[in-house]
Design a protein around this ligand. Sequence first.
Ligand code: SF4
Length: 188
Amino acid sequence: MREKTQAPRNVQGVVSDLLEIGSRVQPFSKESRDKAPRIRDAKVVHSVCPYCAVGCSQNVYVKDGKVIDIEGDPTSFINRGTLCPKGSATYQYTVNSSRLTKVLYRAPYSDHWEEKSQDWAMKQIAQRVKQTRDETFVERLEDGREVNHTLGIATLGGATLDIEENYVIKKLLNGGLGIVSIENQARI
Ligand code: SF4
């Protein structure tokens, strides 16, 4: 008769393992048993995957002010803790040393990029939108119909814009500026 061995305690201190499956995969060295998940004690910030319109929920783990991991949120009814390969790679998006964190500007006909402040960039965008809108704004068509629009500007929004953000964008761009070409890929 085969002698029944007692399953060793695993890191969580669980001893019930009637099929002894766990005993074959538990860490036996003290060094392994003493290890803890790196996300233990991390602060969890709920977020949304930045990539596509599915809008999978993510848990962003933050420790000492730094993002240390990003995983699928198991409480989400959209993705139930899963992420596709692209979403699973979100962590590298935040820590990648190639990521641009400053505004770069290349002037027309220039062969190099210049570093600029965010204030400078925002003013440039505002001035160019205003100038283009003023130059292309049409109050009435040739047949007299009132349209109050511009076909000189189009906008394309991101995947993670939600209903409320899209409402504000529509109010500003369409109601405020007369832009009619407004599109984004968000469907959440
Ligand atoms: S995890 Fe994948 S499917 Fe989900 S939102 Fe991100 S890119 Fe889309």
